[in-house]
Design a protein around this ligand. Structure first.
Ligand code: HEM
Length: 133
């Protein structure tokens, strides 16, 4: 069966659910999610909104994920490293490739790469503020 592109909220929901099955089980990054997220249905809704807004231009997600992850890093004792972002991204790419093919799937990969770099820089700056700030 040929794969199709991400075209609607149902597709985004499948992508996000499959992805979270992987990350929650991951021995190296699973704990970051399992130990901090208490409202799972709420979290899933938010992430589906986020990707629907990013890929399908449906204005739903309003938030600041960069700031949320800098706070998360503080909460988990400054333990989130570039390495963990690498693992996160690998699960994202694998989930996309397993289920979808097309411009939106490629966009989802590129967005995640770009955002993760900005997230890690925000985490880094939070740990080590610039002297003249
Ligand atoms: C090591 C990598 C990552 C880890 C461990 C991680 C973990 C988490 C956790 C635990 C939360 C819930 C925070 C809370 O509610 O207090 C969260 C929220 C979120 N994450 Fe990540 N994340 C990672 C990377 C990413 C990346 C690369 C993206 C996007 C491309 C992303 C998108 C989001 C979004 C949109 C939220 C919701 C933010 C909000 O509350 O508005 N995450 N993440």
């Amino acid at each position: 069966m040929g794969k199709t592109d991400i075209g609607n909220r149902k597709d985004v929901s499948l992508l996000v659910h499959r992805f979270y099955e992987k990350v929650r089980k991951d021995p190296e990054i699973g704990d970051f999610f399992n130990s901090t997220i208490m409202d799972w249905p709420g979290h899933m809704e938010k992430l589906i909104d986020f990707w629907e807004t990013n890929l399908l231009f449906v204005q739903k997600y309003k938030g600041n994920p960069i700031k949320v992850h800098a706070e998360l890093d503080k909460k988990v004792g400054h333990k989130i490293e570039n390495y963990h972002f690498g693992i996160w991204l690998r699960h994202w790419m694998e989930t996309l490739d397993a289920h979808f093919e097309g411009p939106n799937a490629e966009k989802a990969k590129q967005r995640a790469r770009n955002i993760s770099v900005r997230m890690f820089m925000a985490i880094f700056e939070e740990r080590r503020p610039l002297a003249n700030n």
